[in-house]
Unconditional design. Sequence first.
Length: 205
Amino acid sequence: MSDTPKFEVIDRRKMKAEEEKGSGEAAVQPTPAEKPAPAPGEPAPGPRLVVNEPRHEAEKKEPAQAAEQPLADELPAAPTAEESHKQKAAYDASAQRLEDLIRAQNPAVGPQPPVGFEHLVQQFYLSAMLQMGAGTQEGQRPRVDIMGARATIDLLGVLAKKTRGNLTEAEDRMLQSVLFELRMAFLELTSMVSVASVPPAPAPK
């Protein structure tokens, strides 16, 4: 007879259920039979060690996940690959038909170049500059939308962050140059705004 002590595993869930019934008897599970050792290369059964992320890394991810969750809840289900392919084909056909109509009315107009990343950056650049008063005709007072310009510049910053590592060297250089120029123009414009130019609040009566 072996001197190795044997242990009995008690399922306390069954104990609780039987206590509620008034039986007061504990259910005892037999000792499980020994399982063969795992083959080389296979993970061993049983509990596994889980290495937690460093606290500061987890804290970095939580704000981003918290900000994206409400947006994800509001969005509809994404279209399937087949739906996207059919819609893209229909869009391309419609755009080509429109271009053919324009060229039929004005044969001097050549085919339009394909839209690239540089056109997107240029669109943001022009929008921000117009919002900061550029392009105002001589003799007219510039109309400045400083908060709109800030939002446009911030959107361009989001674009730079989300496309990091996925741009060519020329695209990244163009994007960083445009961002630098817009931010400098924004700084020059906001430096002209002083507290003295804001009318004081009326004194309480």
